[in-house]
Design a protein around this ligand. Sequence first.
Ligand code: GLP
Length: 233
Amino acid sequence: MKVIVVKNAAEGGKQGFQVFKDALANGAKVFGLATGSTPISTYDEITSSDLDFSHVTSVNLDEYVGLGPDHPQSYNYFMHEHFFNKKPFANSYLPDGLNKDAEAETKRYDKVIADNPIDLGILGLGRNGHIGFNEPGTPFDSTTHQVKLTESTIAANARFFDNEEEVPKYAYSMGIGSILKDKQILLEAYGEEKADAVKGMIEGPVTPDLPASSLQNHDKVIVVIDEAAASKL
Ligand code: GLP
């Protein structure tokens, strides 16, 4: 892993932009995208730049089950607000949170990933070390699946909803096995509340107890963290 420590998320966004730009210049055709507050500075840099990525594809990591594109807390809505409405890709894929048939939806999404192999995947990091919505205990060879969210993730994401009751209990997520097939990975993490997960990811044992530690098995990972997230290294 190449670890880059920056002052804050704004600086991290500049690093993230550079990684995206380099990948594009090297011929990347498919970008894996994450939601959450973390990648916003990178997305802002990308969408306000003059980069032309109108010919490439994006594939998102995950979506809440039960929330459609019109729901302000759906990941589909988030991606349009922070990225696609500003500067679109040729095609953008997300899991369909409104498809109640989990088996059909996860199969459909695995085909999307197989048809669009990801050149650069952008990841955030959950406080418990999750990537996408792959919670602790998820096997490293997992493909797209329906996830029962942990209490910790529901509590962490409750700040975006009126109350904790409204946070969906399930999500569809790309699996760790699929993420590890990304040709290159950029993981960003900012803030002190990520420091334990960052330490486990970089220095800890490779274990499903901390899903992001699986990235130690990947040979092209760039980690961009701020000083607070790096404080326990
Ligand atoms: C959610 C998403 C993850 C994201 C994580 C961290 O659980 N499924 O993809 O990395 O939140 O969010 P944030 O970047 O807001 O801290």
